[in-house]
Design a protein around this ligand. Sequence first.
Ligand SMILES: [Fe+2]
Ligand SMILES: [Fe+2]
Length: 326
Amino acid sequence: MSLKNIRLEVMQHLEKDVQSLIEKYLIPVEKIWQPTDFLPDSKKDTFFEEVKEIRELSKELPYDFWVVLVGDMITEEALPTYESWLMDVEGVDQVEKNGWSTWVRHWTGEENRHGDVLNKYLYLSGRVNMREVEKTTQYLINDGFDIGTDRDPYKNFVYTSFQELATYISHNRVAKIARQKGNKQLAKMCKIISGDEMRHHHAYSEFVERIFAVDPNQMMMAFHDMMKRKIAMPAHFLRESGESLGAAFEEFSNTAQRIGVYTSTDYVDILQKLLDRWDIGNMTGLNEEAEKARDYLMKLPPRMYRLSERIKIPENSFQFKWVDPA
Ligand SMILES: [Fe+2]
Ligand SMILES: [Fe+2]
């Protein structure tokens, strides 16, 4: 049997449990928060007062902070890219409407609230050149991404396990900075987004765990291949208007590092968490190739920590079109 057919069989085998995993990890529409729970109600007379307060508090937050919040928002707003990608993964079938495509739709429904709430907040903040931000969003959706997972469910679930934890970290850190600057409303908003990301991380990690239980050799190879090529950020093609593909990404990521929202150490911490979570070090009974992959993975964090110590981040802010200089 070809590797592709084995993957399809594994996906079909796991599919019968997906409905219960949706119930375990996702929250029904009637119970989950919505963007307006964290924003001024435009039907109320108090709306303008509340917007004024948002604008006042926004002045307390520094330039780099807004750049990061914009970049995070744009990453969330490129959700059409992620949904269409996941729908195309082997074993996910939107025509047959199997459990996996139900998962992807429900996951998308939850994720969609993130870009929505951040977008509205940024619009009200008065700190951001929304038209430039909107153009970057449209560019990013046009440009798609290249994450090296193919249509392989194993690689895609490694990617999403990693990415959901990365977004948990960054939204959570943004929340902390907002709180320190006395902006409780924004802090609450970003905190609750990070909570969603954590649930999603646990879900995708469980998918991987279940694949390890039935196809450990190939699951190990997929994890190995993804870490060897490095996990690309979903917004790695980020560009501002008039720029070439991906031109804005490095400075966005430098900005996030500079204010400690997402660093190269975080990258290694996430890898270590995944190794622990899937108990990679104790996995036995593998074939020779998978054993080598396991050993490679186990040696990776110390190597990467050493490298990350040497990375120097520019001290000065980079001027984006999204936010006027402080
Ligand atoms: Fe999100
Ligand atoms: Fe997410």
